[in-house]
Write a protein that binds this ligand. Structure first.
Ligand code: LR7
Ligand code: MN
Length: 581
């Protein structure tokens, strides 16, 4: 699952070398009209005209905003200011063991204070915003399954330390059937220090994060539900800017900007600071982020104002609790992990709400180096995540657009996904708009970044007509080495490719590219979904028309381009559909 952003590192560097922020001059004189008085996202379509008597958030030039915390006094304890923490030689084996269990280096986490400081990664402008005191109250919901102890409870401390008291109604923790001993009685005891502000519930069986979140929402009593992953650290004044958007328009989902925390040394690393990004997707439904189109940014008076986003990453967001349930919550047919972020995003947009990213709200999230838990035992022959995507595709994309998903994932077409009639009925009853409307008006940059894929000419395993070897990517990632041919295993995965009508060969989200006119590598796809490959069904030759050579198996078992020879059995290929189910 490609959830990590390729731009993380660059953005971090950029930030280190000084974020360029246009700051207001130091004059007391003027209260600047709030963004709600300007044209643009602040307010949204359906609140236009009704906003006159709703109090506005506003910027006071030269005067620090009403909810800004005092800057913490410097400390040199491990991990302070979000600095990295390292493992000594004699801790090595213990830490490796913990990493295998949790995906985090708990040995390092355990050295860091519960209330450690982290760097302020917001635009400087954020300090000058004032938020009306009367806000909806928040229930912060943390669902968890076998999380490390110190990272879990640091999340709780961080939420409480950074939230204005009267806005935080409670922290609702739901244990998704963890079996780790220290998450049992010890956790209960630990939470007593919060005098009832933190509530802990437990599932009687493993439900997965999606259903567990719904349970958390049901058990919450605040006006707004705020979901966070159970390994987060909240940055300065993160909560008021989120609640404020919901106060102004209860059909807004408000999403903080997610900074990164390293799974090994716990360094706090800001993502993009000067350039705004938002959530989108590609046609295999991998979550992606891209720069916000200028047109959207220009609608705002301040660079620190929220902007609309087609989708969100899933883990961190705030929403009116009743609105969440008016939308039917998450589709209860979604299991364990994945796709729920798209379901909720599409549903919100298509049925009259909006998703906004809020630059002045930043929360750090620990990205794991791998997923330490299984997504459960299921009878299905395709991954649960793909099944989840299919439910979302069938309900929300409509006939016109679902085809693009199946072009990208042809082998799952027709796989039974269970009953979706309730979701379809909901869409009808609420006159929800089409996916075309969503694409044209909200997610339009997807047309440019991930153009609608042309139909497949053929897909499946690329198998010798005479011989038993198949094209095999041999575990090569996109930056990796050349692909080869290996005995066919008929299982798809690394022996599975698509050839489209415009001559592009792809596998997953990657494409095949000829290197030095000789070998074939997996690389990032060109934006234009076209390529040089031509398959002659009759002879079986697969020709790169740019260099006018054909794919052959070399002595080294790698694929090489050679002069075309229809009598060479190492050049003749069938493309055979495979269904893993
Ligand atoms: O079976 C489970 N039960 C759970 O309660 C599996 C997980 N969980 C808990 C888990 O303990 C954690 O608190 O659910 C939360 C999310 O699980 P992670 O942290 O393993 O997920 P992730 O961070 O790898 O994945 C992202 O995508 C998921 C898709 O379903 C969820 O939406 C996650 O919340 C989401 N995380 C983020 O959006 C953080 C930013 C990442 C990016 C980009
Ligand atoms: Mn997470």
């Amino acid at each position: 699952m490609d959830r990590k952003r390729s731009e993380d590192k660059d953005a971090y560097k950029q930030h280190k070398h000084g974020a360029v922020v246009h700051m207001v001059e130091e004059k007391e004189e003027n209260i600047v009209p709030p963004p709600g008085d300007h044209e643009g996202p602040a307010g949204g379509d359906d609140v236009q005209g009704k906003t006159a008597d709703i109090p506005k958030a506003f910027v006071t030039k030269g005067k620090i905003g009403n909810y800004e915390p005092k800057e913490p006094s410097p400390s040199h304890a491990p991990g302070e200011n979000g600095d990295p923490v390292y493992t000594s030689m004699d801790e090595k084996s213990k830490s490796e063991q913990e990493i295998r269990q949790y995906g985090f280096n708990m040995v390092n986490s355990d050295k860091i204070a519960m209330n450690r400081t982290i760097p302020d990664t917001r635009l400087d402008e954020c300090k000058y915003w004032n938020y009306p005191d009367k806000q909806p109250t928040a229930s912060v919901i943390l669902v968890f399954h076998n999380e490390g102890f110190s990272t879990l409870v640091r999340t709780v401390h961080s939420v409480i330390n950074t939230s204005p008291k009267h806005m935080l109604k409670e922290v609702v923790m739901v244990d998704d059937f963890s079996d780790k001993e220290n998450l049992k009685g010890h956790l209960e005891d630990y939470l007593k220090q919060f005098n009832g502000l933190v509530k802990l519930y437990r599932n009687k069986e493993r439900e997965g994060l999606i259903r567990t979140r719904t349970r958390g929402a049901e058990l919450s009593t605040g006006d707004v539900i705020v979901f966070l992953d159970a390994h987060c650290e909240c940055n300065r004044n993160w909560l008021p800017p989120l609640l404020d958007r919901i106060r102004v328009d209860r059909k807004t989902m408000a999403v903080p900007i997610v900074d990164g925390i390293d799974w090994d040394n716990f360094q706090y690393r800001p993502v993009y600071s000067t350039v705004h990004h938002r959530g989108i997707f590609e046609w295999g439904f991998l979550y992606k982020e891209s720069q916000v189109p200028k047109k959207e940014l220009d609608k705002r008076a301040y660079n620190s104002e929220p902007y609309p986003s087609p989708t969100h990453a899933g883990g961190l967001f705030a929403m009116d609790r009743n609105y969440f349930f008016e939308l039917g919550g998450y589709d209860p047919g979604l299991r364990i992990w994945g796709g729920e972020n798209f379901e909720l995003s599409f549903k919100i947009w298509q049925c009259g709400g909006r998703v906004e990213w809020v630059p002045c709200s930043r929360v750090g999230h620990i990205y794991r180096n791998f997923m330490p838990y299984s997504t459960g035992q299921h009878k299905e022959k395709i991954p649960v995540i793909t099944l989840n995507y299919m439910r979302v595709v069938e309900v929300w994309l409509g006939e016109e657009f679902r085809e693009y998903f199946y072009t990208r994932e042809p082998m799952v077409r027709g796989y039974p996904i269970g009953d979706i009639s309730k979701q379809v009925q909901f869409k009808k009853d609420n006159n929800c708009k089409s996916f075309k409307w969503f694409m044209d008006n909200v997610a339009y940059e997807v047309y440019d970044l991930y153009p609608l894929p042309p139909r497949n000419k053929a897909w499946g395993e690329f198998k010798q007509k005479r011989g038993n070897k198949c094209w095999d990517s041999m575990g090569q990632g996109m930056g990796g080495g050349p692909i080869g041919a290996y005995y066919c295993h008929h299982g798809g995965s690394n022996q599975y490719y698509r050839l489209n009508e415009k001559g592009q060969i792809g596998t997953g989200e990657w494409c095949l590219r000829t290197e030095n006119g000789d070998t074939i590598h997996i690389r990032r796809c060109d934006v234009e979904p076209a390529g040089p490959w031509k398959w002659d069904e009759n002879t079986g030759l697969i020709r790169n028309v740019d260099v006018d050579k054909c794919v052959d198996i070399g002595e080294d078992n790698l694929l090489h381009l050679k002069s075309c020879d229809p009598s060479a059995p190492t050049q003749l290929w069938d493309i055979k559909e495979i269904y893993p189910w």
